[in-house]
Design a protein around this ligand. Structure first.
Ligand SMILES: [Zn+2]
Length: 189
């Protein structure tokens, strides 16, 4: 089931997500998250973005693998998976500046500096723990989605000047004036 995506300005995007203990309930939610993300042509989605304060995010960089060609940012190992109760253990590698966007902040893109690699511990849909290292674009998507579970957004990394430059676009989203092609929950509802 495609669920509406919460837009910037909605308070849920600033709250901390809670740990998951019911993995059966989680499975349906994860299926919905993949469907919602693909419908919106995204490569990552976190549960707070569909108004659910649970520690879950999904990533699909497999869909980018065919013909991927970006000298600035290697893809890393492409994955299509759900991360439940994730904990980032370590960042490493040289920080890289790369352009990001967010399904909750439509039509806003900006350069963000993040480390190249990430070591993450998480549970899968069966509740099994895994510890894995990722790099490149896959690591970047993981870091972006992980931030959502802490109530953090990519625009929080921008300089005051850059944020000022984007302020009218951000205000339009906050005022409910931006309507993407996918279903959304407006911030003022
Ligand atoms: Zn996002």
């Amino acid at each position: 089931m495609i669920r509406p995506i919460v837009l910037y300005g909605h308070p849920v995007l600033r709250k901390k997500a809670q740990p998951v203990d019911d993995f059966e309930e989680g499975k349906q939610l994860i299926a919905d998250m993949f469907e919602t993300m693909h419908n919106a042509r995204g490569i990552g989605l976190a549960a707070p973005q569909i108004n659910i304060l649970k520690q879950i995010f999904v990533v699909d960089t497999v869909q980018l693998a065919e013909g991927y060609d970006d000298d600035e940012m290697p893809l890393g190992t492409p994955i299509k998976k759900a991360f439940i109760n994730p904990q980032i253990i370590e960042h490493s590698g040289n920080p890289i500046v790369y352009e990001e966007g967010c399904l909750s902040i439509p039509d806003v893109r900006a350069n963000v500096e993040r480390p190249f690699k990430v070591l993450i511990k998480y549970q899968d849909e069966e509740g099994q723990w895994h510890e894995e290292e990722y790099d490149g674009l896959t690591a970047r998507v993981i870091m972006h989605e992980y931030d959502h579970l802490q109530g953090k957004l990519f625009i929080d990394y921008l300089s005051p000047l850059k944020k000022q430059m984007l302020s009218s676009k951000l205000k339009n989203i906050q005022r409910g004036k931006v309507k993407p092609f996918y279903p959304v929950i407006l911030p003022n509802r």
